[in-house]
Write a protein that binds this ligand. Structure first.
Ligand code: UD1
Length: 342
């Protein structure tokens, strides 16, 4: 029988791509999502790719009764991947309680239910934001955790601590914490991708919407950083590569006996790319020009950060493989498909 996995936030950007990879690897997926930042049609996209429609519960992970009902109605769930969280840095500064409530209550509810319902492991979506502005680059998992610069970032740090404290207390569960660098791109089929609500905050959706004429111009936030071309440097990782790492993590947690109860992995490519280099990659790979201007720095931005992904490469047996030009082409194909659907 297929191993059953609960994917919270499974109709979201990373959740939907991960659902596809889990199904392709033979797992049975149950999704819970409150659709606050995603659409039910994502299930059609998943089904069109894999031929399997995942079980879906519309509900909020912040409600423990909803969760208990889910575990009763879908018995035998062995693992959880927790994507259900709010992720806009700016919004978190304006609405801190919303972020603390949403991101922390949901996690604590899941942890509480795990022993009750015999769930063995949870993969948690953390972020490289926990490293703040690194003293040196690239960084591995032993780099110091810096004070968070936003409530969003703080929820990631606190979540990591909650999981660690719970497991240290003797809770009979395992966890793998994945610290994502900058996930970008879309599924090569263009059947699923990122669906930002309103004006995007993140670079790639803003870039593709500008290329599509939805936004007039992209603003590059600062060209006076201490980097070769003056723009910020990030480790842009393809969302399908990222999704595949979750499958490896789930397999390791559930099927290997001799692993630590809690493990942390950086998920990045090991390659730092500047904002201007990313725009160049987009233009080169799609042949589409992106109107952009240089603007002032964005408050709270980190100058440069990229990963040493060696631990994930060797221990998880996972490596980011998609060339950035292909990732940009996929992001563009998805943007074009969204325009067709309108
Ligand atoms: C941020 C968060 C990260 C979070 C991610 C997802 C921090 C420091 N980073 O990543 O933890 O997981 O969002 O929401 O909290 N840029 C432009 N013009 C734009 C948009 C972005 O130049 O219109 C630049 C930014 O200045 C930055 C880079 O592009 O240098 C990437 O920005 P973005 O996509 O927003 O991601 P991060 O800020 O790196």
């Amino acid at each position: 029988m297929a191993t059953k996995i609960l994917v919270t936030g499974g109709t979201g950007y990373i959740g939907s791509h991960t659902t596809v990879e889990l199904q392709k690897a033979g797992y049975e997926v149950v999704i819970i999502d409150n659709l606050s930042n995603s659409s039910i049609e994502v299930l059609d996209g998943i089904e069109a790719i894999t031929g399997i429609r995942p079980a879906f519960v519309q509900g909020d992970v912040c409600c423990i009764e909803t969760l208990r009902r889910l575990f009763n109605e879908h018995p035998g769930i062995k693992g959880i991947i927790n994507f259900a969280a709010s992720k806009a840095v700016g919004e978190s500064v304006e609405k801190p309680l919303l972020y603390y409530r949403n991101n922390l209550n949901s996690l604590m509810n899941l942890l509480e239910c795990m022993p009750e319902f015999g769930v063995k492991g949870i993969v948690f979506s953390s972020s490289c934001t926990v490293y703040g502005e690194p003293d040196v680059n690239p960084i591995d998992e032993t780099a110091p955790i810096k004070p968070a610069t936003s409530p969003y970032g703080n929820t990631k740090q606190i979540s990591e601590e909650i999981i660690t404290d719970y497991i240290t207390s003797g809770a009979p569960i395992k966890s793998i914490i994945l610290r994502y660098f900058n996930p970008v791109g879309a599924h090569p089929s263009a059947l699923i991708g990122e669906l930002p609500n309103g004006v995007p905050n993140n670079l790639v959706p803003y870039l593709t919407q500008t290329a599509a004429g939805i936004r007039g111009q992209l603003t590059v936030f600062g060209d006076d950083y201490d980097t070769p071309d003056g723009s910020c440097i990030r480790d842009f990782i393809d969302v399908v590569d990222l999704a595949k790492a979750h499958v490896k993590a789930m397999h390791r947690m559930l099927d290997k006996e001799d692993t630590d109860a809690i493990e942390i992995f950086n998920l990045g490519t090991g390659r730092g790319l500047s904002v201007l280099e990313l725009i160049e990659s987009f233009e080169r790979s799609t042949g589409v020009k992106v109107p952009y201007k240089i603007g002032p720095r964005r408050a709270g931005d980190i100058e440069k950060i990229w990963a040493i992904p060696d631990k994930a490469n060797t221990v998880l047996g996972w490596k980011a493989e998609m060339p950035i030009d292909d990732t940009m082409r996929n992001a563009w194909a998805w943007q074009c498909r969204l325009a067709e659907k309108k």
